[in-house]
Design a binder for this molecule. Structure first.
Ligand code: HEC
Ligand code: HEC
Length: 414
């Protein structure tokens, strides 16, 4: 590690066109939720700069903005071998994979997961270095490969981190409310249950393509270890290249945990980077064109909003900017059986075909789409939906050209 720094809407969730069928269903959201329009009104008042990707959350205190900037430095820092990088790793800084269009965004880099499925049972091949491959190393003898035992190989696209503090602040019970007892439009959904490393609690997962982490601090610790090979108090054990402990011992010369905690503050890189992500603002919405406004109804009528739930609200939070705030994320944060779109990797309580509903906010800046980045366009991403999303996808395929354009204009504005 480097030297210690001392400075340290409510949109209808179901289609109006099949509202009749809904009557028998309990209302999906409690009626007290605010019914605000999903977009900010037209242009901001004179002299006020409209929010940009990468801005901190509006309403942070000066001290919180300083914490945000401090964490951003760590997020952008390039780690070195002397500071604990490796022995095996994927890249040497967070920003390498999270930079589009600005620091904290998505990125074109995929990581690789592997495993073996036999008689329907998934084995992450942990003893052989799975399920995440580290494709780089401080010395070529350590090079990790996908072992021949693997019969499942999946790629995972880097996701944007905008607004994650708001997502973290959504109470578990709100996510639970999205689970259906009876399938509706083919959709059930289930929560991802996570034993959270940072809090020691059992929490509902919400980060990652499989909702595999529940808190930003845990994700930061996980990423420092698994993407950069930097151990921390939360994740103190290095990854051995393809499970080879001897090789690891030979090349792992930096004392663990490598993330040095500042004795004055008790905080390390994982804490500062978690705060950067926590205070990173949501993707800015664009004022809707007429077409985008029409597309909002297409979105609902096609059944997209059954999973891509437009709005959730954060719970009470000691950070004002995160306290009882609207989160226009367009996700229920649940796992769904996506049929052929599943990535074949079981992770936590997510089974091989389960994927978390991807939040749709900020889509205009996060192409390519889907967990492996296979879809260059939104149209391709929708056409790949399967499993619980098949009914909705089939309805999409029947839309006329104008409705498709409206839907895409809507999705590009949120
Ligand atoms: C090699 C590329 C790479 C590097 C380096 C990297 N990430 Fe990521 N990041 C990814 C990928 C790929 C995903 C999606 C992973 C998944 O769900 O399996 C991801 C997902 C995330 C998520 C979850 C986002 C969400 O919306 O659910 C967080 C948080 C995150 N990364 C933080 C970090 C931090 C912090 C660092 C640096 C310590 C970092 N990442 C370094 C590739 C990278
Ligand atoms: C059953 C729940 C469900 C329904 C219904 C559904 N989706 Fe999705 N959607 C998902 C899941 C899960 C993912 C992540 C899939 C993956 O990549 O593995 C996703 C991903 C996406 C993505 C890619 C996001 C990204 O960041 O890569 C887009 C775009 C999208 N959905 C749009 C739609 C639209 C438009 C509709 C309606 C026509 C729709 N979805 C209906 C569950 C659903």
């Amino acid at each position: 590690m480097k030297a210690i720094r001392i400075t340290s809407y409510l949109a209808l969730t179901v289609a109006s066109s099949f509202a009749l069928h809904v009557m028998a269903q309990p209302p999906k959201h409690p009626p007290h939720r605010p019914q605000h329009p999903p977009h900010p009104p037209g242009s901001p008042p004179n002299g006020v700069k409209p929010p940009q990707f990468g801005d901190p959350l509006p309403g942070l205190t000066k001290a919180q903005v300083a914490t945000f900037l401090d964490g951003k430095d760590d997020f952008e820092d390039t780690e070195t071998e002397a500071g604990g990088l490796g022995p095996i790793f994927n890249r040497s800084s967070c920003v390498t994979c999270h930079n589009a269009p600005v620091t904290g965004g998505a990125g074109p880099i995929n990581v690789t997961r592997f495993g073996r499925t036999e008689n329907g049972v998934f084995n992450p091949l942990a003893a052989l270095g799975g399920s995440l491959q580290q494709e780089m190393e401080i010395n070529s003898v350590l090079h990790e490969v996908v072992p021949p035992e693997a019969n499942v190989v999946a790629h995972r696209n880097s996701t944007p981190l905008f607004g994650l503090g708001l997502i973290e602040a959504i109470p578990d019970d709100q996510i639970l409310q999205n689970v259906r007892r009876m399938p509706f439009d083919g959709v059930l959904g289930k929560v991802s249950k996570v034993a959270d490393a940072a809090t020691g609690k059992n929490l509902i997962g919400r980060f990652g393509w499989k909702a595999q982490q529940a808190t930003l601090l845990s994700f930061a610790g996980d990423a420092y270890l698994n993407e950069m090979g930097i151990t921390s108090r939360l994740f103190p054990v290095e990854n051995a290249p393809n499970g080879n402990a001897q090789l690891l011992a030979q090349y792992d010369t930096v004392v663990d945990p490598e993330d040095v905690v500042d004795p004055a503050t008790g905080r390390g890189d994982i804490d500062r980077v978690a705060d950067f992500m926590r205070f990173l603002g949501a993707p800015p919405r664009l004022p809707p064109s007429n077409s985008a406004a029409a597309g909002r109804s297409v979105f609902q009528n096609t059944g997209c909003a059954v999973c891509h739930v437009p709005l959730m609200i954060t719970g009470p939070n000691k950070v004002n900017a995160l306290n009882q705030q609207e989160v226009w994320l367009f996700s229920d944060l649940l796992l769904h059986d996506m049929g052929a779109l599943g990535d074949g990797i079981a992770q936590g309580t997510a089974d091989v075909r389960d994927m978390k509903t991807a939040p749709l906010w900020g889509l205009r800046a996060s192409a390519p789409y889907l967990h492996d980045g296979r879809a260059a366009t939104i149209d391709e991403a929708i056409k790949a939906h399967d499993g619980e999303a098949k009914a909705s996808k089939d309805r999409y395929l029947k839309l006329n050209k104008q409705q498709v354009q409206q839907l895409i204009d809507f999705l590009m504005s949120i």
